[in-house]
Design a protein around this ligand. Sequence first.
Ligand SMILES: Cc1ncc(COP(=O)(O)O)c(C=O)c1O
Length: 376
Amino acid sequence: MKTITKDKIWLSSPHMGGGEQKYVQVAFDTNWVAPLGPNVDNFEKSINLFLGGSSNVAALSSGTAAIHLALELLGVTKDDEVICQSFTFSASANPIMYLGATPIFVDSEKDTWNISPKLLEESIKDRIAKGKKPKAIVAVHLYGMPYKVEEIAQISEKYGIPVVEDSAEALGSSFKNKKCGTFGAIGILSFNGNKIITTSGGGALIAKDEATKNKAVFLATQARDDAPHYQHSSVGYNYRMSNILAGIGRGQMEVLQDRVDQRRFNYNFYKKHLAHLPEILFLEEQDGYYSNRWLTCVLMPSFAIREKIRLALLEENVESRPLWKPMHLQPVFAEFPNYNDGTSEDLFNRGLCLPSGSNLSQNDLERIVALILTKI
Ligand SMILES: Cc1ncc(COP(=O)(O)O)c(C=O)c1O
C-alpha cells in the first residue's frame, strides 16, 4: 500500500462509457430535442432487453416520479395506507405523501438489510385489525442487495397487496437469475448521477403489461386525451424523460455489465483487505442472490468506531457516508405508524458506505484501504 495524496475520492460519481455523446449528437442533428424521440424509445428497448425481454418500460424524469406514478397506477389515493420499507432513502416514501396517503414503516431483517417478511406480515395483520388493509407495499433492494423476493411475493399474494419494487439502486442485481426490477407488480429504476449508470437525472417505470406502461406514459405527459385540441379528463404530470438524456442512457446501457463487474470488484477488494479485521463486517449474498454492489457497505462494532473511520477518511478528502437513516426516525415521518425491532436503527448507527464508484482507480482503492488499516 502506497501513495497518500489528498485528491478527492467520491462515494459514487458518474462514469461515462464514451458512447453517450454520439446518441446526444444525433438527437441534436435530427432536432429531437424534446421529451420524446428515438433515444427515448431505444433506451426503453435496451432496458427491457437487459431485464429479460418481457417487461414494458417507460423512461421518466426520475425514480421518484416513477414511484409516484406506480402508486397512482395501483390506485393509491388520499387516506389510503401504504407500507414502506423504513430503511431506505426518503424518495421511497415521499410519493406516498404526494398522494395524501399514510406511510406505514416496516423495519428490516439482518440477511439483506431489507424489509423483514416477519414484521411485514405482522404490520399487515395489525393494520387490517385496526380497520384498513394497506393498498400497496414499497419494498427496496437497498444498496443493490435484493430483498427477500419469495417471502415478500408470498405475503403480497396472500393478502392481495401489490408490491412497488424500488429497484433504484439495484439495476444489474438479480435473484435466482431473474433481474431486479421485474419482481413487483410495478418496478422502478433511477438514473440519478450517483447510480450504477446515469442519465444525469432520470428514472424508469417497469410494467408487466403494455396497457400499464401506456397509462404511465399518458400520466407522465400531462394526461392528454385523444383529441386535436388540448383535452384533459384526469390530472397529469410532466414526468417524461428528455430525448437528450435518453441518449446518455443508451450509451450507459452499453457499459452496464462492466459497471456491475467493477462495483463487485470494489466490494471484493475491500473484503480481501479488510475482512480479517474483527471491527469490519461485510454483508454477504444469500444463496441465489446477486448484488450489483452499488455501494460497498460495512458494519463496525459501535457508532464511535464508525465515526472515527468516517472522519479519518474525510480528513484525507475521501467521501464515505453513514447508512441511510431509517424513515421512522426522520422528523418528517415521526408521526406515522411503524413496526420496528431496532434493526435498521442499529445499521444506521454502525454502518458506513465506502467509496464505490466504478471509476475508482486501483490507487484510490489502495489509498482507502491503507487509511482504514492505519486508523482502525
Ligand atoms: C432507494 C431509492 N429510491 C428512490 C430513489 C429516487 O430516485 P431519483 O433520485 O431518480 O428520483 C433513490 C435515489 O435517488 C433511491 O436510492
